[in-house]
Design a protein around this ligand. Structure first.
Ligand code: KG4
Ligand code: ZN
Length: 357
């Protein structure tokens, strides 16, 4: 997206903050299945309570390759899916006959990985005569915030994961408007690539965060992509700057470089969030996606919200990275809006939350 989709010089396109909320409503007992990337995740949501949320991580499988290997991810999901479903039901003390619906991520994500979740969900739905809800993974990340407390609308949502970096305005429940996105790498991808460069392992975000805790304030400052312009993000310049710094400064320690990178990456996100909040009225700012587990980002977004006198909706870390509860929560929302679900669904690896972008 070259230009933000909104005319920011005027606020006439927006409503003033009202008492509207994005809230989880009781839509029965829903099994949520998530296999879009490298976590086999299944949860049981009963009404507004998460009864169980099991996450079978594939980190060990992909670690030696420095990133997710799609074929191995699909095989590992296939290996783990039935036991993970069983574990989620057991922890919830429920049987399949007590479910009201099945929710599954059907995109965006890795094709083979998605097909495992979709196939299992479809089999369960067919076998138990249950409605099936194909959920957009990014909408799931958005609903992670609503799992814990209602979200005040209109909300500015920053979705930051391994494949996506987007800012979305949620005007009303289900009414999404893209106002900014990355022009190149996703924020999580930048963390992963820099971690690989620094030999810190995979996944890069937690590895960089860990190392950064050991460092003192860095003397290096890396660039914040597109700092002065608009609401889009760019992380490729930052990655290149780190690469060339590493090449030319072999004497500087990894911890200092990782810290300087983390500060620049988080600042690049926060600058745009703050700008978006200055351009239109919002009642809250919401964080979602794996990078939202980053402590520095959480602290800075909380501060921005406080400074602007609005609510900060920052999900617990276990709901920031991929999980089944957020997928069930998104399905609960669609159910509560009268969506009857479907009986069959295909994986849709290129699915987008907002049409036309
Ligand atoms: O949402 P997610 O679990 O999976 C995708 O949908 O991509 O996000 C994974 C991404 C990875 O790039 C990972 O490095 C990043 O989130 N991540 C973090 C942290 N924890 C996970 N990035 C920065 N700090 C963290 N603590
Ligand atoms: Zn995700």
């Amino acid at each position: 997206m070259d230009e933000p989709m909104l005319e920011h010089s005027s606020n006439t396109a927006f409503t003033e903050p009202s008492s509207m909320q994005l809230r989880l409503v009781d839509a029965g007992v829903i099994l949520g299945i998530e296999t879009s990337c490298d976590e086999t995740a299944v949860a049981v949501l009963s009404g507004t309570t998460v009864l169980s949320s099991i996450i079978q991580s594939q980190i060990e499988i992909h670690a030696s390759f420095g990133g997710v290997v799609p074929e191995l991810a699909a095989r590992a999901h296939d290996h783990a899916i039935l036991t993970t479903i069983r574990a989620a039901l057991d922890e919830a003390h429920l049987g399949l006959d007590q479910l009201d619906a099945i929710a599954v991520t059907n995109g965006p994500g890795l094709p083979g990985a998605l097909m495992v979740g979709v196939g299992s969900a479809q089999g369960l739905a067919l076998g138990r005569h249950l409605p099936l809800y194909p959920v957009d993974h990014m909408e799931g990340h958005l609903f992670a915030a609503a799992l814990e407390a209602p979200v005040e609308l209109p909300a500015l949502v920053l979705l930051v994961s391994g494949g996506h970096t987007e800012m979305i305005r949620v005007e009303a429940p289900g009414a999404y408007r893209l106002i900014g996105r990355t022009k190149d790498d996703a924020a999580g991808e930048a963390f992963d690539k820099v971690a690989r460069l620094l030999d810190l392992g995979y996944p890069g975000g937690p590895a960089i965060e860990r190392v950064a805790q050991e460092a003192t304030a860095p003397s290096i400052s890396f660039p914040r992509g597109l700092r002065g312009e608009g609401l889009d993000f760019s992380f490729s310049g930052l990655k290149t700057a780190v690469m060339s710094f590493v090449r030319t400064h072999p004497e500087v320690g990894v911890a200092e470089i990782a810290t300087a990178f983390q500060i620049a990456a988080v600042d690049a996100l926060v600058i745009k969030v703050d700008r978006a909040l200055s351009l239109a009225p919002y009642a809250s700012v919401v964080l979602g996606g794996g990078v939202a587990a980053n402590e520095l980002l959480r602290t800075m977004i909380r501060q921005v919200a406080t400074d602007r006198g609005i609510a900060g909706a920052i999900p617990a870390k276990r709901y920031c990275t991929d999980n089944g509860a957020m997928i069930a929560a998104a399905a609960a929302f669609h159910r509560s809006m009268g969506d009857p679900g479907v009986s069959a669904v295909d994986a849709d690896p290129g699915r987008t939350l907002i049409e036309g972008v």
